[in-house]
Design a protein around this ligand. Structure first.
Ligand SMILES: Cc1cc2nc3c(=O)[nH]c(=O)nc-3n(C[C@H](O)[C@H](O)[C@H](O)COP(=O)(O)OP(=O)(O)OC[C@H]3O[C@@H](n4cnc5c(N)ncnc54)[C@H](O)[C@@H]3O)c2cc1C
Length: 327
């Protein structure tokens, strides 16, 4: 694969003018701040450059994973073999057209939310404080306070695994809890159009302010994390179960269950991906022994875990198949 990687690098850099690096540390591209190097790291700045990159990778049989701001990712300590295609900060245009907002996959959800608010368009206030991108948000069907991004998306331009574009309607994407056709079929989001309701900038900004205040009170925003580490179990909250099982403050190496919000694992400074995985496993067992509920991780793992952790964590990885978007 090394030869294919160098071939792709040369082609993308020299012939197509893309920004490409070798052995890029993923710890600087994830909010957790952990993760080893990606063999090839590509940052396309236009939809056509993105499509080109995917076609070149496919033609050279180099597996790849698309990322946004890395705020829901746990990158393996050994890194990612193949390519990581990063859409942030490229593809970050956000435009208002009447009561619609059109946003590039690499735009932050925060930018989308504020541009909508400035135009007096309501509907996205629940996203305030979700730190990822439009692409990552649609892949995850990110949400809060009863709303989720899929509810707002009326049209999504995606690339299939061969780099060919199609425009899907919101309905086509069959949204589920923290998943959709985007994640199930490993589609790459390029751009999305959101349908908003007409309001006033003051009202929308006020609602955003309140949502942000609420987050600041409840979440450990000053620490490195990937947000909620587990999905919400049916009829309950992961944070409540973890707290009542006495796991708040539990620690493995540099990874700790936040003392502020029990469904957050924070990197206290020196955490490795292995620490995080071991802590996830420990919490799953603790909660299961106490309540009979097996918590399912929300965080996505990219790259290969060591054999020992793969065996130990079959159920940890079952949710998303380690490297699940590697094609
Ligand atoms: C402090 C904090 C608070 C958070 N609060 C919330 C919350 O309230 N609600 C919530 O749902 N989440 C929350 N999150 C998690 C995270 O921000 C969201 O899941 C976000 O949508 C991830 O976006 P991202 O760009 O960072 O995606 P990444 O983490 O980069 O990727 C996540 C997944 O999306 C895929 N992906 C990324 N870009 C694309 C693309 N263009 N096309 C297709 N697939 C893509 C990746 O392959 C990966 O599988 C929080 C995280 C943090 C750190």
């Amino acid at each position: 694969m090394e030869e294919s990687i160098r071939g792709c690098q040369a082609l993308l850099e020299q012939q197509h003018g893309l920004r490409v690096s070798l052995d890029e540390p993923l710890s600087v591209h994830t909010s957790f701040g952990v993760g080893g190097p990606a063999d090839l790291f590509i940052e396309p700045h236009t939809p056509s450059a993105l499509a080109m990159a995917i076609r070149v990778l496919r033609a050279n049989a180099v597996p790849y994973v698309v990322i946004g701001k890395g705020t829901n990712l746990l990158a393996a300590d050994a890194g990612v073999r193949g390519a990581v295609v990063s859409l942030h900060p490229g593809l970050s245009r956000v435009e208002v057209k009447g009561s619609r907002v059109i946003a590039g996959a690499g735009a932050t959800i925060g930018k989308f939310c504020h541009v909508a608010a400035d135009a007096g368009l309501s509907g996205a206030e629940f996203t305030a404080g979700i730190p990822g991108t439009i692409g990552g948000g649609l892949n995850m069907n990110a949400g809060a306070n009863g709303g989720s991004m899929g509810d707002l998306a009326m049209g999504v331009t995606v690339l299939d695994s061969d780099g060919f574009a199609q425009v899907l309607t919101g309905k086509d994407l069959d949204w589920g809890y923290r998943e959709s056709r985007v994640s199930r079929e490993s589609l790459c989001v390029v751009e999305a159009t959101f349908a908003m309701a007409v309001s006033s900038p003051e009202r929308v900004h006020q609602a955003i302010y309140e949502a942000l205040q609420n987050r600041c009170q409840k979440q450990p925003l000053g620490s490195r994390s990937a947000g909620s580490i587990f999905k919400r179990p049916r009829g309950d909250y992961a944070g409540r179960l973890i707290e009542e099982a006495g796991a708040k403050g539990l620690r493995v190496g540099g990874a700790e269950i936040s003392r502020k919000h029990a469904n957050f694992i924070v990197n206290t400074g020196s955490a490795t991906a292995a620490d995080v995985i071991r802590l996830i496993r420990m919490v799953q067992h603790t909660v299961y022994d106490r309540f009979g509920v097996w918590l399912e991780p929300e965080v996505r793992i990219i790259g290969e875990l060591p054999e020992e952790l793969r065996e130990e964590n079959r159920s940890v990885c079952a949710f998303g198949r380690t490297g699940d978007h590697n094609r």
